[in-house]
Design a protein around this ligand. Structure first.
Ligand SMILES: Cc1ncc(C[n+]2csc(CCOP(=O)(O)OP(=O)(O)O)c2C)c(N)n1
Ligand SMILES: [Mg+2]
Length: 337
């Protein structure tokens, strides 16, 4: 595997590079801490880390607006943080505390943020794919000009819901950007073991949906490739499907012996780390950012430390809380149609 390479189609200035670096570093450090806290049994239950995939969530944010909606699967910490969720509410949700984004009832897999148009966090593999079509349908119906970005894992493209939603999205020309984060594995099962179609972007062909594969390890590539796609969707031409080639460094969840892959494979991908790839770009542009990187490390450490304090000090939800936000009525993501 080649070393991290950058092929940006547009030049970025120092401020832009540092912003992208900070956003990716924030996700990385937040999750590293979450992983430690899990080992200390402060965080329980499911916890799927996004480490390695940060360029995808951050790159998407570089080309959409805050009025657009993002919806994803259970590996949702990166998407939520990139959308603008606070470390406090994210950490408290992992703790199951009332200060969490879902008042401690959703945990790692169910981050939601109505204000920032983050529609979750979904534990059923592929469950968010028809929901993404539904959100896009509402945007089109209401003539808002907003789009929906709906992410899924490589395991989800084998679900029936994928095919049904793609068919409807294309038939109705819905403003939805479907993205599969192909990190090579669904739990311990490689893409090759699940189907003879391993170039996942080709799965859109059956619906005449435009599609392409993108290097998801490089945030600048993600932005460069997605910008015209977002324009295509926003101009009313209908959905698009992107295969983001990415990789997760950690196990599927917190208890995964990782017997399905070799250490060499993992190391090859670490050579293309999204944080390193961006640093390589900065070097090629002769930017001297070493002290700025250090400052960002310190700033983010402070933010993550504070989020742990916040989560520790937040109470557990009252038992009555279990009756709030269920089904229709109080559900935090029902828009006023
Ligand atoms: C409908 C359904 N079937 C099975 C599961 C169990 N399960 C949880 S995660 C997962 C693997 C999904 O992998 P992928 O879509 O590639 O996402 P990744 O974990 O790589 O982000 C499976 C099978 C589930 N949650 N939902
Ligand atoms: Mg996967």
């Amino acid at each position: 595997m080649a070393k991290a390479k950058t092929t940006p189609k547009q030049k970025y200035n120092q401020e832009q590079v540092l912003h992208l670096y900070k956003e990716m570093l924030r996700i990385r450090r937040f999750e590293e801490r979450a992983s430690q806290l899990y080992m200390q049994r402060k965080i329980r239950g499911f916890c799927h880390l996004y480490i390695g995939q940060e360029a995808v969530a951050v790159g998407i944010e570089g080309v959409i607006t805050k009025d657009d909606t993002v919806i994803t699967a259970y590996r949702d910490h990166g998407g939520g943080l990139a959308r603008g969720m606070t470390s406090d509410e994210c950490m408290a949700e992992l703790y199951g505390k009332v200060g969490g984004s879902s008042r401690g009832k959703g945990g790692s897999m169910h981050y939601f943020d109505r204000e920032n148009n983050f529609a979750g966090g979904h534990g059923i593999v592929g469950g968010q794919i028809p929901l993404g079509a539904g959100i896009a349908f509402a945007e089109k119906y209401n003539k808002t000009n907003n789009i929906c970005v709906c992410l899924m894992g490589d395991g989800a493209v084998r679900q029936g819901a994928f095919h049904e939603a793609f068919n409807m999205a294309m038939t109705w020309k819905l403003p939805v950007l479907y993205i599969v984060e192909n990190n090579n594995y669904a739990m311990g099962t490689s893409v090759e073991r699940t189907s003879n179609v391993t170039d996942l972007y080709k799965m859109a062909h059956g619906f005449d949906m435009p599609s392409k594969a993108v290097n998801g390890m490089n945030v600048l590539d993600v932005m460069a490739e997605l910008a015209p796609v977002v324009e295509h969707i926003r101009s009313g031409k209908g959905p698009y499907f992107i295969e983001m080639k990415t990789y997760r460094y950690k196990g599927h969840s917190m208890s995964d012996p990782m017997k399905y892959r070799t250490r060499e494979e993992l190391e090859r991908y670490k050579d293309q780390d999204p944080l390193i790839a961006l640093k390589v770009y900065a070097q090629t542009q002769k930017m001297d950012l070493e002290s700025a990187y250090d400052e960002l490390e310190a700033e983010i450490k402070k933010e993550v430390d504070a989020s742990v304090d916040f989560a520790e000090n937040s109470p557990y939800p009252d038992t009555q809380e279990i009756f709030n936000d269920v089904y229709i009525g109080d559900y935090p993501f029902v828009k006023d149609f």
